[in-house]
Write a protein that binds this ligand. Structure first.
Ligand code: ZN
Length: 272
């Protein structure tokens, strides 16, 4: 084979690969927002996004009002959410009878599968400060709706970054308290955790049967003040199993801080 022939095959392959990408993008109907490092860094500083405290507040369904304002200006919101793990299988849903503390939806998928933003928004935290949740990423959407995606292997989107519905933000993993690779997905609004299930209007497959989940309740939540009847919301409680360890850690570090302060005072006292 001549050098030209080899080059021709190489370029042909690359072009075909690009075409597949474009076709996938068109068929998904999704777009991606460019990462602007300066803009993202400015938000991290302004809102203290990297702080553990911020992650804890987001967990409870609370975001900085100015961040919500920014997200509201930059995002579209049609009152529905996109299934966050393409080809992922539904494993466990919102507060099943045997585990009413489970306030999210579990989707199993091979490690490394794309985790997608369920709607437009700003990445308000990406890190591992919440113990059992492993590598968790939060997105603040228009009006202050919040989604979180736990147990990721790693992150694709950056803290402070604007993302579009369907944009890849992380990779499925088993970090934190997880028996195997899966994505634990939560949806929050106004200091409460809500059932995201009815807001997903697409069909998705159920693990075990691989049959599409049909005839599920469906709802659209456009105006935040008008929560649809079918969407249950519960107040966040510290007793949540997956969060328990994280709280213990937080109390532990507070106690350490107090001990260090006392020791420092003692040293000062003895220096006199
Ligand atoms: Zn879960």
């Amino acid at each position: 084979m001549t050098k030209e022939q080899k080059n021709f095959i190489c370029y042909g392959f690359l072009i075909a690969l690009q075409l597949v990408g474009v076709i996938r993008l068109i068929s998904n109907g999704s777009s991606t927002a460019e990462y602007d490092p300066q803009e993202a860094t400015a938000r991290i500083t302004k809102y203290g996004l990297a702080e553990r405290e911020n992650a804890v507040h987001l967990m409870m369904g609370v975001a900085n009002p100015d961040l919500i304002k920014e997200a509201t200006e930059l995002s579209d919101w049609d009152g529905t959410l996109m299934w966050p793990v393409e080809d992922g299988l539904y494993v466990r849903g919102w507060r099943p009878k045997d585990d009413t503390d489970h306030i999210g939806i579990d989707t199993s998928a091979p490690a490394g599968t794309s985790v997608l933003a369920a709607a437009d928004g700003i990445v308000a935290y990406a890190g591992d400060a919440l113990g059992g949740y492993g590598n968790i990423i939060f997105v603040v959407h228009k009006h202050g709706f919040i989604t979180s995606y736990a147990h990721n292997t790693d992150f694709v989107a950056h803290m402070g970054q604007l993302v579009r519905k369907g944009q890849e933000i992380a990779h499925v993993g088993a970090t934190g308290k997880a028996d195997g690779p899966h994505s634990h997905w939560e949806f929050k609004y106004g200091g409460k955790v809500c059932n995201a299930g009815p807001l997903v209007h697409e069909e998705f497959l159920q693990a075990g049967t691989n049959a599409p989940m049909k005839d599920r309740p469906q709802a659209t939540w456009e105006d935040p003040a008008k929560r649809p009847e079918g969407i249950e919301c519960v107040a966040w409680r510290e007793s949540r199993k997956e969060f328990g360890d994280s709280i213990k850690q937080a109390v532990g570090s507070l106690m350490n801080g107090a001990r260090n302060a006392v020791n420092a005072l003692r040293r000062l006292w003895h220096k006199r």
